[in-house]
Design a protein around this ligand. Structure first.
Ligand code: ARG
Length: 406
């Protein structure tokens, strides 16, 4: 009987390259390598595909999922203004469920017994891969060669050399652990593990230092329809291109560097560096447009949903029923989020300096103005204030009688 096959989430890097052979030798499985393009900016995907074969995969595939990632993963997160711990726009947490979707699809197409990933046992990504697979493909098993093996980088290189595996060793390999996609770039490890040490400039790739940012501000105009960005400076763009363009422009002004201590699902606190110029710019613009277009009660409730949404996605529950139900809420809440936002990029900041909506603005000048043209009936305010304050007045009177000082 032919031995079973697993579909490995393949990045083309050292770990997943050696994992192919390790799985064959130690788990007695054939490996199908699957690389997914989520806008990580790798030019030569064909070289990655070929490397998978050279490292011993029985099949190797590359999926261009850039537009799918933008439309089905980034958009829901943007509409939810999703920031884990109020700061991190979920970069890696968004790509994992998409990769899982393709792993499960290929596993089923090829009759594989399971999937495999190259995560260690210390991070969130293992949870996202495995819980995602349990949810989308409950019949599939998951193998975690790197976690099982627990090898160091040097040991992996030796192990590969002994077996003549053509591993990728870059001339100058990064001292950091990097993950990247269209929504941002993450960096961990090395000197960054000292939370007191300022991040060295070589951590950054998508943003300039504020000190090097241009002395003149730059403005961009983002148009949203139902909470989805559709045009930049009046030009409609495919979503993936729009994300890339906003990211590049904001990055040139030093927008979107995040340095934080993060609570991982596995209980560890870790120091993380993120570069998310496009994500921060778009979330800032989107939130502002919501302030203009969302009815007050809806806006208040949505903010409570957003925090929970970010937490669920961070914790690997993308494919679960609560996340799906919250998506339905967020999508419905987004119906009227139409209009344009002017964002000024300058010295590390993306600042909203203007917003308008032809069909959905709830801002009404005739109500808001202090000038002539005021239609707001101020005489109504008197009774409103009396009734609004009534519970406090009643309480204060009894408190006074009890001799309670305020
Ligand atoms: N801490 C972030 C997260 O959990 C980034 C993880 C990056 N993953 C990686 N394999 N380097 O989403």
């Amino acid at each position: 009987m032919a031995r079973p096959t697993v579909v490995l989430a393949y990045s083309g890097g050292l770990d997943t390259s050696v994992a192919i052979r390790w799985l064959q030798e130690n788990r007695d499985v054939d490996v199908i390598a699957l690389a997914v393009d989520v806008g990580q900016g790798v030019d030569d995907l064909d070289a990655i595909r070929q490397r998978g074969l050279d490292c011993g995969a029985v099949e190797s595939h590359v999926v261009d999922a850039r537009e799918e990632f933008a439309r089905e993963f980034v958009v829901p997160a943007l509409r939810a203004n999703a920031l884990y711990m109020g700061k991190y726009p979920l970069v890696s947490a968004l790509s994992r469920p998409l990769i899982v979707k393709h792993l499960v699809r290929v596993a089923r197409e090829r009759g594989a017994s399971g999937v495999a990933h190259g995560c260690t046992g210390k991070g969130n990504d293992q949870v996202r891969f495995e819980v995602g697979t349990m949810t989308l493909g409950p019949e599939l098993e998951t193998l975690a060669p790197i976690r099982d093996w627990g090898l160091t980088r040097d040991a992996a290189i030796d192990w590969a050399r002994e077996r003549d595996i053509p591993i990728p060793i870059k001339a100058k390999s990064s001292p950091y652990s990097i993950d990247e996609n269209a929504w941002g770039r993450t960096a961990e490890c090395g000197i960054l593990e000292d939370p007191w040490a300022a991040p060295p400039e070589d951590v950054y790739e998508r943003t300039v230092a504020v000190a090097d940012a241009p002395d003149a501000p730059e403005e961009l105009v983002l148009r949203f329809v139902a909470g989805v960005p559709v045009a930049l400076d009046g030009t409609e763009l495919p979503l993936h291109d729009l994300l890339r363009e906003v990211d590049a422009r904001a990055g040139r002004h030093g927008v979107g560097r995040i340095d934080m201590i993060e609570d991982r699902l596995v209980g560890i606190k870790s120091r993380e560096i993120y570069e998310v110029p496009g994500a921060i710019t778009l979330i800032t613009a989107h939130r502002d447009l919501e302030d203009l277009t969302l009815e007050k009660e809806l806006a208040e409730f949505k903010r409570t949903v957003e925090a929970r949404y970010a937490q669920l996605v961070y914790n690997g529950q993308w494919w679960g029923p609560l996340k799906r139900a919250l998506d339905a809420f967020v999508a419905d809440a987004s119906r009227a989020v139409n209009g344009e936002v002017r964002v000024r990029l300058f010295k590390g900041h993306a600042t909203v300096v203007g917003r308008r909506s032809e069909d959905s603005a709830l801002y009404d000048l005739s109500l808001a103005t202090y000038d002539t043209g005021d239609l707001f009936d101020q005489s109504l305010a008197e009774g409103f204030v009396q009734l609004y304050g009534l519970p406090l007045r009643t309480w204060a009177a009894t408190a006074q009688k009890r001799g309670e000082g305020l």
